[in-house]
Design a protein around this ligand. Structure first.
Ligand code: UGA
Ligand code: MN
Length: 352
């Protein structure tokens, strides 16, 4: 009897430890590898520009008021936007986005950022043409999981006055110079904030050896601007506005290898409306035959010159007893108002 009891007890202990072992094993299998997370976190914090000095944080009183309006369970998703990935061995993409304050800025930046969140090994250089940093923009970048760099560079005064401005040139060049100073390899791409990008394009362009090109949709009445490719070689260009350009392409239609860019320290973009792309590509000293056609020999359209309808600045919110103490207290500060004394809004877009 005593012996039998002892055997039963041993069997029970054995079974219990078996169950425990199985549980531990399952837990181990289910929990994600911690290295994935720490890796991407270290990459994003390494490149994130400290923006705290920008003084764009709400006052304590404002913060308290906002906290009261946000229910406890919905607070956490406000602190981070998506999850950027870093994969060992993939060339880095340096995406330079010129932007400027206007009603559509945050929507455009949100769209571009969330496209890039689907692309591994991206450094996003956001270069703002403004006289002071836009708090909503810097806040967005700080909250985003993307490895981003913020800089602010204004359009030179002499161009601000003219009707048809060379848009995004000074800030694009500043972004490019950051790449020159901080990278030795990888690929540079100029991505305007208002285009639409298919992420397959980024996967192909990151292997650019010198200069690659691809079609851009919604350009001119032809509906597309693309290199003409025969047997894997660029033999011409299909674009609605050739205008004696050697490279009649859109800004979104090419990518440049960083090592190749560094071999051309003089390469630059002219402040000449419509000729920015051509001038830049000429300054890189390439011939049409050197161009690497992507998107399956330019048979796919993976980027569009979408253009967004212009919206007027919001009229100011007038509050009354029924709205004070509601979400409108917060929403009113999210609406874009033209800062007093800011540059005259852009005229109707002419060319192209
Ligand atoms: C087209 C091309 O897509 C641009 O790459 C090119 O620079 C421009 O023409 C030109 O030739 O001037 P488009 O769509 O007509 O661009 O111009 P926008 O989208 O208004 O501006 C291009 C980029 O520059 C955008 O990312 C925009 O945010 C930025 N931008 C625009 C500024 O940084 N400052 C401005 O005053 C205006
Ligand atoms: Mn545009």
């Amino acid at each position: 009897m005593g012996r039998r009891g002892c055997v039963t007890r041993s069997l029970l202990v054995l079974a219990a430890s078996g169950v425990l072992l199985l549980l531990l094993l399952l837990l181990g299998l289910l929990s994600p590898p911690s290295s994935l997370y720490s890796e991407s976190a270290s990459v994003s914090s390494f490149l994130r520009v400290p923006l705290r000095a920008l003084n764009d944080f709400p006052t304590q009183q404002q913060q308290q008021q906002q906290q009261q309006l946000i229910p406890e369970k919905s607070k956490s998703p406000c602190t981070t936007v998506g999850a950027s990935r870093w994969v060992e061995g993939l060339p880095t993409l340096y995406v330079v986005t010129p932007t400027y304050p206007r009603a559509e800025q945050i929507p455009e930046i949100t769209r571009t950022a969330q496209t890039l969140l689907n692309v591994p090994n991206v450094v996003w250089i956001v270069s703002e043409d403004a006289d002071t940093p836009t708090p909503a923009l810097t806040r967005y970048l700080n909250e985003s999981a993307l490895s981003s760099v913020y800089m602010r560079v204004q359009m030179p005064a002499q161009y601000q006055k003219v009707k048809n401005k060379p848009r995004g040139v000074a800030n694009r060049m500043a972004g490019m110079n950051w790449v020159r100073e901080n990278a030795k390899e990888g690929v540079l791409y100029f991505a305007d904030d208002d285009n639409t990008y298919d992420i397959r394009l980024f996967e192909q362009m990151r292997w650019t050896e010198r200069v690659s090109m691809f079609p851009v949709g919604l350009v001119t009445k032809l509906g597309v601007s693309t290199p003409i490719v025969r047997e894997g070689r660029v033999v011409g260009f299909y674009d609605g506005w050739i205008a004696k350009r050697k490279f009649p392409v859109d800004m979104a239609g090419f990518a440049v290898n960083v090592a190749f860019l560094l071999q051309h320290p003089e390469a630059s973009m002219p402040f000449k409306v419509g000729y920015e792309e051509d001038g830049f590509l000429l300054s890189l000293g390439i011939a049409a035959a050197d161009i690497e056609p992507l998107a399956f020999n330019c048979t796919k359209i993976w980027v569009w010159h979408t253009q967004t309808k212009k919206n007027d600045p919001a009229t100011s919110v007038t509050q009354n007893n029924a709205t004070i103490g509601t979400n409108l207290d917060v929403i009113k500060d999210l609406l874009w108002k033209k800062p007093p004394g800011s540059r005259k809004e852009e005229e109707k877009k002419g060319k192209k």
